[in-house]
Design a protein around this ligand. Structure first.
Ligand code: SAM
Ligand code: SF4
Length: 327
């Protein structure tokens, strides 16, 4: 580990940044963003690309290796491909990934791949058109499926499908999603709903634990590793490329191995998805702070990273919506 590394007071090394490039979205997933949402950041408050690159380069000098572009819906940010190219050129950044809802993926997949996006996560909670409409409030399932097909054709392999586990909402589709992902060689990941914002709290939570045991037995799966910087635990089939990941922040949290922080579109560093601790970088960037000052603020911020979320003990704590933080 470089002596320069960002290590918090609990000994966790922070080498992963999730960067929100917009808080806007063309979907309204019921667990994420309220339907009438309009409280967006003003464009003049969005970090510009040069500001983003300056911050990431500073981070990278302290051992940052992975960056994930997220949002809102990141493909709605203009000239995203230029940003991808610039981040990819920063020394030390070895893994650049993107989380998307897939609605605009068909149009962008090839240029994103060519610009240097290494890995893709696509959110897809259902394969049923009506249900897709009722979860996301838009009739866009076909666009997402086309996006997935084009992304594979553009050279993205091992695409991860993020399925939020909605008790009584989509959990009857587990087998259909497994079949789909096996056929298409996608990695399926099931995510427990988190009580983030009123939307997250209004969604019915279901623990994934019973399904982990059941799937392990039914498909003869074993514990395994799938490339990525995240907290998912994977079960893999030793005889094929089928694997399934579980993100279980409530039933089995993974805070002790947390390696990440998040940056919102307006340049606020969020130190924990489940807490409100944050540091605003935009005023420093626009107020003429030099690298040494930014460096000191970054180090002090990482020092303050909370030990863990309290989704179970204090589910009302996080008022911002997931789309505002960048999931
Ligand atoms: N729009 C992109 C997408 O949907 O992939 C990127 C941003 S979205 C906020 C990132 C991830 O957060 C998605 O996989 C989404 O399903 C997940 N998410 C949003 N709200 C959530 C919640 N309350 N609990 C768990 N996951 C949530
Ligand atoms: Fe948009 Fe992604 Fe939130 Fe759905 S989960 S509303 S696609 S930001």
């Amino acid at each position: 580990m470089s002596t320069n590394a960002l290590v918090d007071r609990f000994g966790r090394r922070i080498d992963y940044l999730r960067l929100s490039v917009t808080d806007r979205c063309d979907l309204r997933c019921s667990y994420c963003m309220p339907q009438g949402f309009k409280d967006y950041e003003e464009p003049e408050d969005w970090l510009r690309f040069d500001e983003i690159v300056r911050l990431i380069a500073l981070f990278a000098r302290h051992g940052l290796q992975r960056v994930r572009l997220t949002g809102g819906e990141p493909l709605l940010r203009g000239r995203l491909v230029d940003l991808v190219r610039q981040i990819k050129a920063i020394p030390g950044i070895s893994d650049l990934s993107l989380s998307t809802n897939g609605t605009h993926l068909a149009r962008h997949a090839a240029s994103l791949r060519a610009a240097g996006v290494d890995r893709l996560n696509v959110s897809l909670d259902t394969l049923n058109r009506e249900r897709f409409c009722s979860i996301t409030h838009r009739d866009a399932l076909d666009d997402v499926l086309r996006g997935l097909r084009d992304a594979r054709a553009a050279g993205f392999t091992r695409i991860k499908i993020n399925m939020v586990w909605l008790a009584g909402g989509n959990n009857d589709e587990l087998d259909a999603m497994i079949d789909f992902c096996r056929q298409q060689h996608f990695v399926l990941r099931l995510i427990e709903t988190m009580p983030i914002g009123a939307t997250g709290r209004a969604s019915r939570y279901g623990s994934l634990q019973p399904h982990i045991a059941e799937l392990r037995q039914r498909f003869h799966l074993v514990d395994g590793v799938v490339a990525g910087g995240g907290p998912a635990r994977y079960l893999v089939d030793p005889e094929s490329d089928f694997s399934i990941g579980f993100i279980t922040p409530l039933s089995q949290h993974f805070c002790a191995s947390c390696n990440r922080v998040r940056m919102t579109v307006d340049g606020t560093l969020q130190l924990c998805l489940g807490q409100e601790d944050q540091v605003a970088f935009r005023p420093l960037l626009r107020g003429g702070a030099d690298d040494a000052e930014l460096d000191a603020v970054l180090r002090a911020a990482i020092e303050r990273k909370p030990e863990r979320h309290e989704f179970n003990e204090a589910p009302g704590k996080v008022v911002r919506f997931m789309s505002m933080t960048g999931g």
